[in-house]
Design a protein around this ligand. Structure first.
Ligand code: GCV
Length: 665
């Protein structure tokens, strides 16, 4: 049967040799068992990649073979866990790895260099992962739908069943190739059949899937329904301190870990957006997380507990309650109470994956608790894989943010990698953007985010540009002119998207529920706590000392910097301040003029992107070209809608005309 999905950056089409063929003809393994699953898969991948790209089938050198061209050797002394070193001496390529995952990642590195047509003879590199845990979270439901999915249905689930087919293996290859070592397959909103994933009904299939992952060094994680005892015929409670509840979970976890190999643990969304949790029983988040953590500990299990806990039934008239405060307020007091196999998973911003928002003060705010950063590769609020929005620059901005939690090693990257406080249960997770579309991500260019997140999680110091360039060369073309054009499109796309959507960090203004396209007041009088507070004089949320006081959740000097309108970074101005339309920005423009100008510019930039793309016809694979062209056309429509609605809205509110006299409705 013909394959119904592409191979993305692992397509291994014919490449210029660049002298590389000479190194991969005979390969010798030292200290590794080539029959062990991960090593065997690495070897298979090397053969597949090399034969596709260079037309050579590498041979396995036996013990007696003299002068093998490539040696893959164990070095757990000078290379750290999951790391590898590649070097080339006297015509021999050496890959030294600390363990099996290191072999796999090293092999993918070699294949990446070949795909990029770079000479292996010049390489000397030591790569060790910056983050111990590098995870994809899928919000896939068992009926096959995906919450916030923009590229078809789930390839994990269909009609209440798990799918185990070749695509799962390809998915595992894909994510392992960028260093992902943990995957949560089901939605954090665990309902209906998904609650039963931890029962006999699904064990056999879950175990099968887990074994596929194990072959690529990936731990399987499941999202857990906190109220499982009630729904699976256990006690009539989920109180974490109730003896019967604890006993029920003990029996359940013993069964789950016995039946499902390679299980890393569980992800839990509790007391969040209607999901059950310990608050129902007057218990703390720590009570809930620790109870589960203690039970899974004997099996080496980890409980990843999300901090997305806020009041989603807020009264819009209430100016004191501030959703941005909620994560910190709900979790900071129990810092130090969480057991060592609990990790708190914290969204990058205190609101919800907006195109621009402040960095969550909980990151680094917690000093005695394992922390993991959560970002969203799925483009829920950032164009839904119709509009181009390369997110790696945003992720890097978050990782580079200086929290001032300590005199040194205080960036978010330091905190979540475990460097700041010396914890090993730490890392980064991303909500994934894949589905069963032929091209995996709806818009072919959205695969740059799918690829890039993994690369960044493994090597945080890579620049957004380096990652983009790798991805383009492996996926679309190695022709430098084409590479430059596409890399530029990717690098500018976040700013462009920001320009035509919500201004200066205020966020939202999206169509309620769907979150694509403008609706300036869509959430203004709702219960969700996501307000812009625009009136006839100005807009923005006052989170200063005079407002909700949110700024004080940061360490100094960040707190004072945000508190003062003069020092607050302008791109976050409306996130922290309520500002008059006549306020003068550093650019010498008033706020209202900035809103008009940026929205006109945003649309012009999309038009310019389309011109660039049209010029690439015939220079990138035809299918991708056509899909992307169609997406750009939709993006332009969307950008115009945003421009006209936002500009008209603020013209009507403020009564202030555009200095340039452009068309506003
Ligand atoms: C999985 C946002 C999304 C929800 C999502 C939630 C979360 O509110 O709109 O679809 O639910 O975040 O992160 O849990």
């Amino acid at each position: 049967m013909e394959k119904k999905w592409t191979q993305l950056w692992l397509k291994y089409d014919k490449k210029q040799d660049a002298g590389n063929g000479a190194f991969v003809q005979t390969v010798k393994f030292c200290g590794f068992d080539t029959k062990a699953a991960v090593v065997a898969n690495a070897w298979k991948e090397l053969q597949r990649g090399v034969s596709g790209m260079l037309g050579i089938v590498p041979a396995l050198a036996g013990d007696g073979t003299e002068n093998p061209k490539m040696v893959i050797a164990l070095d757990a002394e000078t290379v750290k866990k999951e790391g590898y070193r590649i070097s080339c001496n006297d015509g021999c390529l050496k890959l030294e790895a600390a363990d099996e995952n290191g072999v796999l990642y090293g092999v993918f590195h070699v294949l990446r260099l070949i795909a990029m047509e770079q000479p292996l003879s010049k390489v000397t590199i030591l790569c060790e992962p910056d983050n111990p845990m590098r995870m994809y979270n899928h919000w896939d439901n068992m009926d096959g739908s995906i919450e916030r999915g923009y590229s078809g249905n789930s390839f994990f689930f269909e009609k209440g069943e798990l799918i185990i087919d070749e695509r799962i293996t390809d998915y595992a290859r894909m994510v392992a190739s960028v260093g992902i070592n943990g995957v949560v397959i089901n939605n954090v909103n665990v309902k209906d059949e998904a609650t039963w994933l931890i029962t006999d009904r699904y064990f056999a299939k879950v175990a099968e899937l887990s074994n596929v992952f194990a072959g690529y060094g990936i731990k399987l994680f499941l999202s857990l329904n906190y109220a499982a005892p009630l729904e699976l015929g256990g006690p009539d409670s989920a109180d974490p301190l109730d003896e019967d509840v604890i006993a029920w979970w003990k029996t359940k976890m013993a069964e789950v870990f016995a039946k499902v190999p390679n299980l890393g643990g569980f992800l839990v969304k509790a007391d969040s957006e209607g999901r059950p949790g310990p608050f129902t029983y007057g218990r703390t988040q720590a009570d809930g997380a620790n109870m589960l953590a203690d039970i899974v500990k004997p099996y080496g299990g980890i409980i990843i507990w999300r901090c997305f806990v806020y009041n989603c039934t807020q009264d819009w008239r209430d100016y004191k309650t501030d959703r941005a405060r909620a994560g910190y307020d709900n979790f900071i007091e129990m810092d130090g109470d969480y057991h060592d196999n609990v990790i708190l998973q914290i969204k990058n911003g205190p609101m919800d994956f907006q195109i621009r928002e402040a960095v969550s003060p909980l990151l680094g705010g917690l000093k005695k608790t394992n922390q993991m950063l959560e970002v969203q590769v799925a483009q829920e609020y950032t164009g839904q894989q119709i509009d181009l929005c390369y997110l790696i620059p945003l992720f890097k901005e978050v990782l580079d943010f200086k929290t001032y939690c300590k005199p040194e090693n205080d960036t978010v990257a330091d905190v979540v990698s475990g460097r700041t406080y010396g914890n090993k249960n730490a890392g980064i997770a991303a909500v994934c953007n894949t589905g069963n579309d032929e091209n995996w991500t709806g818009n072919d260019l959205a695969a740059a985010n799918f690829y890039g997140f993994g690369r960044l999680a493994f090597t945080t110091s890579l620049s957004a540009e380096e990652i983009a360039e790798e991805w383009v060369k492996m996926s679309l073309s190695c022709e430098q002119e084409v590479v430059d054009a596409i890399v530029n499109l990717l690098l500018g796309s976040r700013e462009t998207y920001e320009k035509y959507t919500s201004p200066l960090g205020i966020g939202w203004m999206v169509t309620p529920h769907y979150h694509y396209g403008p609706s300036v007041d869509g959430y203004e009088y709702s219960r969700w706590g996501t307000y812009h507070r625009a009136d006839h004089l100005g807009l923005g949320v006052d989170r200063t000392d005079n407002g909700t006081g949110y700024v004080r959740q940061y360490y100094e000097p960040n707190a004072s910097m945000y508190n003062d309108i003069k020092t607050c970074p302008e791109e976050l101005l409306l996130f922290f301040h309520h500002v008059p339309y006549t306020h003068m920005l550093k650019s010498g423009k008033t706020l209202i003029q900035h809103i008009y100008d940026s929205h006109f510019e945003g649309v012009e930039e999309v038009e310019a992107m389309i011109r660039v793309w049209n010029g690439l016809e015939g220079k990138v694979p035809f299918c991708a070209y056509e899909v992307i062209k169609e997406r750009f056309a939709r993006q332009l429509q969307n950008a115009k809608e945003w421009r006209d609605q936002v500009n008209s809205y603020f013209y009507r509110k403020s009564g202030i005309a555009d200095e340039m006299g452009r068309r506003i409705y």
